[in-house]
Design a protein around this ligand. Structure first.
Ligand SMILES: Cc1cc2nc3c(=O)[nH]c(=O)nc-3n(C[C@H](O)[C@H](O)[C@H](O)COP(=O)(O)OP(=O)(O)OC[C@H]3O[C@@H](n4cnc5c(N)ncnc54)[C@H](O)[C@@H]3O)c2cc1C
Length: 443
């Protein structure tokens, strides 16, 4: 005998999800940052203003507990946005598309929105905004509460396996349910941290509708090195500038803190450059050069070296790095070992050529990087649904009327600093507003 459907059985059959006897006006697939924002924006359409019936919104997620990434983000503090968000903070599809979407819902509007739902944000000196509570849980709870207040119907534990358009309706099917809707927004995210629900089904669904997918690779993921001299520095962090060269040509430069780990390099600078490493593939096609003292030129540093040598000729070469430049001792030891320099050599014994070589390598060190850690530790996915096949004013598919996209499923990836969530809030708001306008006949 089949067990009777019960609220306590999480695997209970869901059956057919309908809005009474009618299909939902809008089904949003994926209840992460972009999906929650889309559903809230769509349900915020006021019938008093439009004079039309408010659209019914169904929000589906494969996970029983939603919002895992919001909870884990920013070291569980959730870096919601940044003071300044520009298209140049993103890689992926065309910049004018990204610009249009960011301007339609700006970081200022994001802050006002969160304030209005009871989550004031505080600014840190780095330009990053966090909830005043320093907890991603506050952000997630407020979004869910707002969606509930606006009568969004949230169904969790339902994995949408495929979607078909039959006549004017979309039919969404999973193992234990079927849902009917007039319009669909895909907000299923990418492939990173798959245990959070990002299993890539959304990409397959987009493809089944004829959408092209730009090559997907992990991004904002640590770099790996077999170099034991760097691995032993695990825990040391310093400001660097990393330059990425592909087939000898410089393609990108990223600055910020870099953290040495037991397997390689992490921290914002390494994470930000990782999308290029992952996209390039074989290590013999790329090179990463590190400047361990960004902001300083070879000329400037040579002059400082000369000044110290003149004043303190008996000082050891290591002290130039630790005392003059203020770098960690462990790092100075490791760097000098790597370039075959004796850390106890007195400065007076360093000739001009030796000093020049030392400084050149210090500002242009070729790091041995064999690849990236990958999706299991990637904050985002680079690549995704090709922006050329979506309308930047509405986020609607140019191929399938009534199908929309928002968030990480699209070919847009931001750098570290709140830029990825801002993309979710902005694209989710644009998608939500336009799908609702279409649903109530105002588009
Ligand atoms: C460790 C970590 C830290 C981060 N920190 C920050 C930060 O501080 N600031 C920042 O800006 N960004 C940060 N990010 C990136 C940010 O979390 C993402 O850019 C953002 O969550 C993307 O939102 P999304 O809604 O598009 O996708 P997701 O958050 O991945 O949500 C997609 C949802 O869709 C559901 N889903 C997928 N497929 C289906 C399906 N077929 N049927 C039903 N449901 C489905 C999934 O279960 C999931 O809930 C971080 C990411 C990670 C992993």
């Amino acid at each position: 005998m089949n067990p009777r459907p019960s609220k306590r059985n999480p695997n209970r059959p869901k059956g057919i999800l309908m809005n009474g006897v009618l299909p939902f006006d809008i089904a949003v697939v994926g209840a992460g940052a972009a999906g929650l924002m889309t559903a809230i924006a769509a349900s915020s359409v006021s019938s008093a203003v439009t004079g039309r019936k408010k659209p019914s919104v169904l929000l589906l997620d494969s996970r029983k507990k939603i919002g895992a990434k919001i909870l884990m983000s920013g070291g569980t503090r959730c870096n919601v946005t940044n003071t300044r968000v520009l298209p140049s903070d993103y890689e992926g599809g065309p910049k004018h598309f990204v610009k249009h979407v960011l301007e339609a819902f700006t970081p200022e509007e994001t802050r006002a929105f969160f304030e209005a739902i009871g989550v004031p944000l505080i600014l840190e000196p780095t330009g990053k905004y966090f909830p005043a509570t320093h907890s991603g849980k506050t952000v997630l709870e407020a979004l869910i509460k707002e969606a509930e207040r606006l009568s969004v119907k949230l169904e969790t534990g339902v994995l949408v396996r495929n979607i078909k358009k039959e006549g004017p309706h979309f039919i969404l099917k999973g193992e234990n349910f079927e849902a009917h809707a007039e319009r669909v927004v895909l907000t299923t995210g990418g492939l990173s941290y798959p245990e959070t629900g990002s299993d890539g089904t959304g990409f397959l669904i987009a493809k089944s509708f004829g959408h092209s997918l730009v090559k997907r690779t992990p991004a904002l993921t640590p770099l790996t090195t077999p170099d034991a001299d760097w691995q032993v520095l695990s825990g040391v962090s310093l400001e660097v500038k990393l330059s990425f060269f592909e087939n000898g040509k410089k393609k990108a430069e990223r600055g910020g803190a870099m953290l040495f780990t037991h397997f390689g390099f992490s921290g914002p600078a390494a994470l930000d450059i990782s999308r290029f490493v992952a996209g390039c593939g074989a290590p013999d096609r790329y090179e990463i050069r590190a400047s361990f003292f960004p902001g300083e030129t070879e000329e400037g540093l040579k002059k400082r070296f000369e000044d110290v040598r003149r004043e303190h000729p008996g000082k050891h070469v290591k002290s130039f790095f630790t005392e003059t430049l203020g770098l960690p001792e462990r790092f100075a030891e490791a760097f000098l070992k790597k370039i075959n320099a004796d850390s106890r050599t007195p400065l007076e014994q360093c000739g001009a050529r030796g000093a020049g070589r030392l400084i050149h390598l210090f500002l242009n060190y070729p790091l041995e990087v064999t690849g990236v850690v990958g999706y299991k530790k990637a904050e985002v996915t680079a690549g995704g649904v090709d922006l050329k096949e979506a309308n930047f004013s509405t986020m609607e598919s140019k191929l399938v009327p009534g199908l929309y996209f928002a968030g990480e499923i699209l070919d847009v990836d931001g750098r570290i600093g709140g830029f990825n969530f801002q993309w979710s809030w902005s694209s989710g708001t644009v998608a939500g507003r336009s799908v609702a306008a279409a649903a109530v006949g105002l588009d």
